[in-house]
Ligand binder design. Structure first.
Ligand SMILES: [Zn+2]
Length: 330
């Protein structure tokens, strides 16, 4: 990353903190507007800030920011976006203000910037990984229609594979449960905290009434003043899990990207939710929905040892990339 970028960032942050409207876009200023009580930034200025090309075809709802290294595609009035070929859901939709496409400041600071600029992430350890196999004991989770696999068994099997894969790569690994045991949601992040985990990864499998839906989803905690991807609820408070917002984003992005590469599964996107295990996490945390038990093909894949191994390798690759991003810089 060029040295000048930090200076640019400083000027931008200063402008945002002082609240002075920037009337002219140049490399140090990003114009903003207030839309529905939220601060939104001009996407054309965001492009200038990153040294990216800005393009918007006439009468198209799509806005593209691109450079040699990155390509971001936004859609007006939509939260679905693409960051370097990974589907990512913004916390608030892209809007238009006086004919200018604008993106929320929360999404710029806590979603886009942590993906584009490794240097902005807090340096931290990423060696001790707590894996959380979803459900267990009296709580079976969901169940496939044909093979009758229970989610709690799939997540535990995956957790064992992931533990072995990470240990082989030099990580220290612990599981919130290593047997078919009932475990309250609160106990899961609490265990990560008392074990002093650097990372928390919760594993789940999905189910939905539409059998054709399939693919992988990675969840991060909702940043304050943004909405969960499901539903329309705004997270209006700061929770313990929000202390790691920027790293949560990068972790979910890297794991989603690596999982898609390892499995070839459809990309259901990096999403955000106020899940208790993410809300109460004291370290960078994410939740992965590894596939849909309601889809015949994915139910079968999730039962196959070879596919489970691909999921474990994919998550481990994503953790490796996250560790490279936040670890000590040379
Ligand atoms: Zn679940």
């Amino acid at each position: 990353m060029p040295v000048g970028v930090r200076c640019i960032l400083f000027a931008v942050l200063l402008a945002l903190l002082t609240g002075s409207p920037a009337l002219h876009a140049d490399k140090t200023r990003i114009r903003y507007a207030t839309v529905d009580g939220n601060r939104y930034l001009f996407l054309s200025d965001v492009a200038t800030y990153y040294g990216m090309r800005y393009s918007r075809a006439a009468s198209s709802k799509q806005v593209c920011l691109s450079s040699r290294y990155s390509r971001l595609v936004f859609t007006l009035d939509d939260r679905a976006t693409t960051l370097n070929d990974v589907s990512v859901y913004l916390g608030l939709p892209v809007r238009t203000w006086q004919s200018n496409p604008v993106v929320s400041n929360a999404d710029f600071q806590l979603l886009i910037d942590p993906v584009l600029r490794t240097g902005c992430l807090p340096r931290s350890n990423a060696i001790r990984v707590m894996i959380d196999p979803g459900h267990g004991g009296k709580d079976p989770g969901t169940k496939g229609d044909r093979l009758k696999q229970q989610e709690k068994d799939v997540t535990l099997a995956l957790a064992s594979l992931l533990r072995a894969e990470l240990a082989r790569r030099g990580y220290q690994v612990a599981l919130t449960r290593s047997s078919d045991q009932t475990l309250a949601l609160e106990q899961r992040p609490a265990q990560a905290s008392s074990w002093r985990a650097d990372l928390f990864i919760s594993l789940h499998a999905n189910y939905v009434g539409t059998p054709s839906v399939r693919g992988i989803e990675s969840f991060r905690m909702c940043p304050k003043d943004t909405k969960s991807t499901y539903g329309n609820t705004t997270n209006s408070s700061t929770h313990p899990g929000n202390a790691c917002d920027r790293r949560n984003t990068r972790l979910a992005y890297e794991v989603q990207k690596a999982l898609l590469q390892a499995t070839g599964a459809p990309d259901r996107g990096v999403r955000q939710a106020n899940f208790l295990v993410l809300r109460e996490a004291s370290c960078p945390a994410m939740l992965v929905e590894v596939g849909y038990m309601s889809n015949a093909k994915e139910e079968k894949l999730l039962a196959a040892a070879s596919y489970r191994a691909k999921i474990a390798v994919g998550i481990a690759n994503g953790i490796d990339r996250f560790r490279q991003a936040v670890g000590p810089q040379p």
